[in-house]
Design a protein around this ligand. Structure first.
Ligand code: FAD
Length: 452
């Protein structure tokens, strides 16, 4: 590649990882970030305190040698723990294979590790408190405003990657220049984070190695474990309506709602009212851009190009996969324009597919898991998977525990869903399933999976 210097805007998860990949290839990287350096300032981690890290993200981290470094900070989650209103618990392992786990990780621990690694490369210059405010494609120039002194400055670039997340300033500038199309699909539901603290011995108060879900049809509560013994709890609820953030205006209505819907969670969240009132209600939505690049010199990656709703735990994992693919493209192309086009073609349809599947998974998490048919489908999936491991893998597993391209997962998932519907139409339990028909349908409709 001719232009050996590259500008990145946004030192979040994707920006830092991409900087590391580029530094390892000998590029000089200038990485601009609007927030202070989180390693020396106590600032909020960002959009969620902890995250689910799964196969795609782990693979990217392993490519830059960080999988073993982050390992001590990971907590394995091997299944869902469903909490009924009655207080009854139901544990559902994700799969039959030992490797069918994903991991809870602190966003700030991971971001700090990525920042340290980028800086230690000696090829990445970090500029904090620098907010990108504009971009001029005609003269290859970006504007930054220093968030401490308010001064603005112009910085030129040869090639620029916008990794500045949902609400990206780089994306906004490209839209303004009519260089790309942008669609924001806001979700009518938002989220609020709460905490289950560790017990007096610093231990987890509920099962540590599970993703906890309190599914309630139109809304849900979930909890992911942290290494300090606490859990980060997230309430997903409509913004407006009879049961909504709008309707929970005071401590009394909040407590009434929680006692009614989440009685077993109330004693676990001692700061429920205080935190609920103090913590912001976050917005959620899907962003789709087309294309992701402009004029052969600017590209969007990560949430800046394709924010997705968090219900499959894939936003960061998908962003990391973008970076890994970017790295692979560097082997194939000697020209930014060609590289950006190829990357866009490869990644955009996959990002669109996970955006759709993440929306569908919200319904699965908050509603379908309560339905006996859902559990029968899971059992049939396991049965078929055992008989046809080369052709059939549950869609959830393909997303979380494999690196099969998302678009292929979506396509195979539709065929698999039709097979499950057909097999369960007259079945009440797993013994009622017509195995010969199952074998026939799988062999007829599903080609062997090409494993990556
Ligand atoms: P970000 O992490 O948002 O980083 C963007 C960076 O750019 C930030 O540092 C920001 O300060 C900086 N920036 C912004 N604007 C400017 C500017 N104008 N100038 C300079 N810098 C700027 N994903 C998962 O994989 N697993 C999960 O379990 C998961 N859970 C989630 C839960 C919730 C509630 C939410 C909201 C999201 C979740 N996600 C999850 C998605 C995940 O957070 C994002 O996909 C991921 O953070 C994307 O990384 P990014 O680097 O593209 O953007």
């Amino acid at each position: 590649m001719q232009k050996k210097e590259i500008m990145l805007v946004g030192a979040g998860l994707a920006g830092c990882l991409l900087a590391i990949y580029l530094a390892r290839r000998g590029f000089s990287v200038k990485l601009f970030e609007k927030r202070p350096d989180m390693r020396s300032h106590d600032i909020p981690a960002g959009r969620s305190i902890n995250l689910s890290l799964s196969a795609r993200g782990i693979h990217a981290l392993s490519e830059v040698g960080l999988d073993s470094k982050i390992k001590p900070d990971l907590i394995a989650m091997s299944g869902r723990m469903l909490h009924r209103i009655s207080g009854q618990l139901q544990y559902q392992p994700y799969g039959k294979n030992q490797g069918d786990v994903h991991y809870s990780v602190s966003r700030s621990v991971l971001n700090r590790l990525l920042l340290d690694t980028a800086e230690a490369s000696g090829k990445v210059s970090l500029f904090f408190n620098e907010q990108c405010t504009d971009l001029n494609l005609a003269n290859n120039c970006t504007k930054f405003r220093n968030t401490i002194d308010g001064n603005t400055r112009s910085v030129g670039f040869d090639a620029l990657i916008g990794t500045d997340g949902a609400g990206s300033a780089v994306c906004r500038a490209l839209v303004h220049a009519n260089a790309i199309e942008y669609r924001h699909e806001p979700l009518a539901h938002g989220y609020k984070e709460l905490t289950i603290p560790a017990d007096a011995n610093g231990k987890h108060r509920i099962e540590k190695n599970a993703l906890h879900i309190w599914p309630r049809g139109g809304y849900m509560l979930i909890a992911l474990p942290n290494t300090d013994g606490s859990f980060t709890v997230t309430l997903f609820l409509p913004h407006k309506g009879p049961v909504s953030f709008e309707s929970l205006l005071d401590g009394q209505s909040l407590l009434g709602f929680f006692r009614d819907q989440y009685p077993d969670a109330v004693p676990l969240i001692p700061r429920l009212t205080t935190d609920f009132m103090a913590n912001q209600t976050g917005g959620l939505g899907t962003i789709r851009c087309m294309p992701w690049h402009a004029s052969g010199k600017v590209m969007l990656l990560g949430d800046a190009a394709h924010a997705v709703v968090p219900f499959h735990g894939q936003g960061m994992n998908c962003a990391f996969e973008d970076c890994s693919e970017f790295n692979r493209c560097l082997d194939r192309f000697n020209d930014w324009d060609e590289l950006f086009q190829a990357l866009d073609e490869k990644r955009r349809r996959n990002a669109n597919a996970i955006a759709d599947m993440a929306l569908e998974n919200y319904v699965e998490m908050r509603e379908s898991v309560r339905n006996p048919k859902f559990h029968l489908h899971k059992k049939i999936e396991w049965l078929i998977e055992e008989r046809h491991p080369d052709r059939f893998i549950a869609r959830y597993s393909m997303v979380m525990f494999h690196r099969i391209p998302y678009a292929e997962v979506q396509q195979r998932g539709e065929i698999q869903a039709a097979i499950l519907d057909r097999l369960s139409v007259d079945a009440e339990q797993i013994d009622d399933v017509d195995i010969a028909l199952a074998d026939k349908l799988v062999e007829e409709r599903l080609d062997p999976i090409e494993m990556i």
